[in-house]
Design a protein around this ligand. Structure first.
Ligand code: CMP
Length: 141
């Protein structure tokens, strides 16, 4: 069963555009850092005000982000990520993130996030650019 779990993670990693173009060797390395987590419909995955200790990639399913400044929730789906802002800013979670149905998530713990972006400048700038856009008052998605 342990081997099966690892295999599943590598398969899930390929669904995330951020990783999809990487060589399979690199995908395998990243897969060892990610942990698969199933979120149940309606489950709050990230809570506003909490300390951020991980970020999440959506391998399948959808979530809604409840941004206090926005009238409408922002919907994220397969291939998107969330929970990066607290890690980048070292501030608390700025929104609740709730699963809209069953969601397969890939969790990247803070220490692995820091190691990963330190080694990969492209990855870092991509995640930073997305976080930057989300900080703007109007939703980009
Ligand atoms: P974080 O602050 O760690 O936890 C809440 C997350 O919601 C945040 O990281 C982002 O990943 C996400 N988020 C916050 N604001 C927006 C937004 N305007 N659009 C999309 N996602 C957002």
């Amino acid at each position: 069963p342990k081997l099966d779990v690892r295999f599943d993670v590598a398969e899930l990693v390929r669904r995330v555009p951020l990783f999809a173009g990487l060589p399979s060797e690199r995908v395998a390395t990243i897969a060892t850092l990610l942990r698969a987590q199933l979120a149940l419909p309606g489950e709050t995955i990230v809570r506003r005000g909490d300390r951020g200790d991980a970020m999440f990639f959506i391998a399948s399913g959808a979530v809604e982000v409840l941004v206090p400044m926005l009238a409408e929730p922002v919907k994220l789906g397969t291939g998107d990520f969330f929970g990066e802002m607290a890690l980048l800013s070292r501030q608390r979670r700025n929104a609740d993130v709730r699963a809209l149905g069953y969601c397969q998530l890939l969790v990247l713990d803070e220490k692995d996030f820091r190691r990963l972006v330190q080694k990969d400048a492209d990855l870092q700038s991509h995640i930073q650019a997305v976080a930057e856009a989300r900080r703007q008052p109007t939703p980009s998605s």
